[in-house]
Design a protein around this ligand. Structure first.
Ligand code: IYR
Length: 229
């Protein structure tokens, strides 16, 4: 990147950017190939406990951090749990919340809507997967004097980062799922997070089990999700 080519707007430097472009033919091929690759991704609950190099996890998190964010505040923290002891604590607490959710908190309609996915309050993948990535959102920052500074579009920003994280996991040949034990405050306590962080999503990451099964579900057709004006 040529950083000597820049302009100044309101006293701030703007450096030249040049997006790599392709011919229309190449674009169609690349976009098709990218779709074909991404559509093979599934949420996986059957993990292998095989080790994964930490460098892969680091690269996945670096990819997530390329997501756009409100005012470029990058309002996220990614906690990586490798420790079997901490994974056990998280599983215990998550299953406790999930039991309450499945038995008391979720409506009959909600439970009915989940039936075809075969989920329940048991979350063995929390301990089986070699890594857990717990994503925290940061609604505000606290400066050295203890003053709070709001971040912007925090849910949107962190959601986008999680999407990129999920596709980076797929790209590495690994699997994950978006686990949302609710409420999630126990994660802040177990991981001793600062007061400006809220648990957003828990993603176990690892190899798929030798024999993994997924629900036989279909994605909506383009006609159902796209309207051209
Ligand atoms: N959080 C629970 C329940 C659950 C809710 C939805 I919406 C899902 O798509 C899947 C599960 C759990 O993780 O089991």
């Amino acid at each position: 990147m040529d950083t000597t080519d820049f302009i100044t707007i309101d006293g701030f430097k703007h450096i030249r950017h040049q997006q790599e472009v392709f011919s229309e033919e190449e674009m169609i091929k690349r976009s098709q190939d990218y779709f074909n690759y991404n559509t093979k991704r599934r949420s996986i609950r059957d993990f292998s406990n095989k080790e994964v190099p930490i460098e892969v996890i680091e690269n996945i998190i670096k990819t997530a951090s390329t997501a756009p964010s409100g005012a470029n505040k990058q309002p996220w923290t990614f906690c990586v749990v490798k420790s079997a002891e901490i994974k056990a604590q998280i599983r215990l607490a998550a299953e406790e919340e999930e039991r309450k959710s499945y038995n008391e908190r979720m409506s009959d309609e909600w439970l009915d809507d989940l039936k075809h996915l075969g989920t329940d309050a048991n979350k063995p993948f929390i301990e089986k997967a070699p890594y857990l990535i717990i994503v925290f959102k940061r609604p505000y920052e606290i400066d050295e004097e203890g003053n709070k500074h709001q971040n912007y579009y925090v849910n949107e920003s962190v959601g986008l980062a999680c999407g990129m994280l999920i596709s980076a996991v797929h790209n590495a040949g690994l699997v994950t799922l978006t686990h949302t034990p609710s409420p999630m405050r126990f994660l802040e306590k177990i991981l001793k997070r600062p007061s400006n962080e809220r648990a957003f999503l828990l993603l176990p990451v690892g190899y798929e089990a030798e024999k993994a099964y997924v629900p036989n579900i279909k994605r909506k057709e383009l006609e159902e999700i796209m309207t051209l004006y």
